[in-house]
Design a protein around this ligand. Structure first.
Ligand code: V47
Ligand code: SF4
Length: 376
């Protein structure tokens, strides 16, 4: 079979809503041009989400950057004794929650370093005080790597900790810490932290107790296309079991100030190819996010025609990418986000973390509309 014939066969499968195999993913990565990938990914994108692109009004909170691990790609972490290291006191955390609610945020995205002198209760207390003060703010907190660290610190099972934090006010889990699951790569970039199986187990447990979560993949460093497709297939297998994932976010490696600073940043072409392949392989994920902080605003715009139906939110106070050389602004206003979307011919819809439509009427607080479930 020629390459063109094989691509035509895959095109027929995509039109028919059939699942692509690992081999077909690797084949597309090696052989399909960007336009073909975009055409195919857009079929899936429009089948699931029509012409809608979602955004949310959120802020990020990184309560500490002190971290026991030393992932080679990370510019955010600090040693306990370094000048850069910080731990936010409760008052600062509450002030940030207040800032977020005053700005009309529906979500606080909370992740940080793994501080070896702070107990699990410090992390639990952050959720407790924020939920007590701001009960309407959805708390999307702690990556699977952090959950695994809590279990290592306390000797308690992750599922029990997830349940405890859910009862305290946790709303969902972010998708960080996934990096690349394949041990050939994971052992070289972040060998000590939770491995791929542990990351997946934490998300499975979260889904089992009724918490939704996101998933990510860090690309553009030392991994090969096979490792990326393998990562996507592992996520797809878990989603078949639980259905608890909402959004997948491919994260482009930013090299500045990291131990991998000799590696160039992935090109716009790679960003769009990875976006499209993610949409094609993750046929059971409702949403794919083009995180504008990481892609830049221009690529985030184009990505909406390459599989993405979400561009994240206003963000504010982003540290992980800005420490690693991102030249995106620190925050976008709602007007800017909506313009980024409408310019591409898509319809902007504000959502909360769990994809309820958000309705804002002059003079009153925001309220939730119906949950926007993907069509297929
Ligand atoms: O886990 C760290 C990545 C992640 C670098 O769930 C880097 O909605 C690139 O997961 N270059 C944290 N990437 C961010 C994250 C995220 C972001 C937005 C939305 C959501 C969500 C999740 O950032 C880390 C790691 O994979 N990261 N350093 C770097 N130099
Ligand atoms: Fe620590 Fe997370 Fe940075 Fe790894 S990526 S060094 S776990 S803060």
């Amino acid at each position: 079979m020629t390459t063109t014939e094989r691509i035509d066969l895959i095109r027929t499968k995509v039109h028919g809503g059939e699942r692509l195999s690992y081999d077909e993913g690797v084949f597309l990565d090696a052989n399909a041009d960007l336009h073909t990938l975009g055409e195919l990914a857009n079929i899936v994108r429009e089948r699931k989400n029509g012409k809608v692109t979602y955004y949310n009004v959120n802020e990020h909170l990184n309560p500490t950057n002190v971290c026991v691990y030393r992932c080679t790609f990370c510019a955010f972490r600090a040693d306990l004794k370094s000048e850069k290291g910080y731990v936010m006191p409760d008052e600062q955390i509450i002030a940030r929650g207040r800032e977020a609610t005053d700005r009309g945020c529906t979500e606080l995205h909370i992740v940080g370093g793994l501080h070896h002198q702070l107990p699990y209760e410090w992390y639990l207390n952050i959720v407790r005080i924020l939920h007590r003060e701001f009960p309407d703010l959805h708390l999307k907190a702690w990556t699977a790597v952090e959950w695994d660290w809590f279990a290592r610190m306390t000797g308690r099972p992750t599922k029990e900790l997830l349940q405890e934090m859910k009862d305290t006010g946790l709303g969902s889990l972010p998708g960080g810490g996934a990096e690349i699951f394949h041990p050939e790569i994971r052992s070289q970039i972040c060998e000590h932290k939770a491995d791929g199986a542990e990351w997946l187990r934490v998300h499975q447990e979260a889904h089992e107790i009724g918490l939704n979560s996101n998933a990510t993949m860090l690309y553009g460093h030392i991994e090969k296309p096979e490792h990326r497709i393998d990562h996507l297939v592992r996520l797809r297998e878990l989603q078949d079991k639980t259905g608890g994932f909402q959004t997948f976010i491919p994260l482009a490696f930013h090299p500045e100030n990291t131990r991998l600073s000799h590696i160039p940043k992935p090109s716009g072409l790679t960003d769009l190819r990875v976006m499209a392949l993610s949409r094609l392989m993750l046929d059971n994920f409702p949403h794919i996010k083009a995180y504008w902080i990481m892609l830049g605003m221009q690529t985030a715009q184009i990505a909406q025609n390459y599989g993405a139906d979400d561009i994240d939110g206003t963000v504010v106070h982003e540290k992980i990418y800005h420490e690693a050389g991102s030249d995106s602004p620190q925050e976008l206003t709602v007007e800017e986000l909506r313009r980024l979307i409408t310019e591409t011919g898509h319809t902007p819809v504000e959502r909360d973390t769990l994809y309820h439509e958000i309705i804002r009427e002059p003079g009153s607080k925001w309220r939730k509309g119906k949950r926007m479930l993907a069509l297929a």
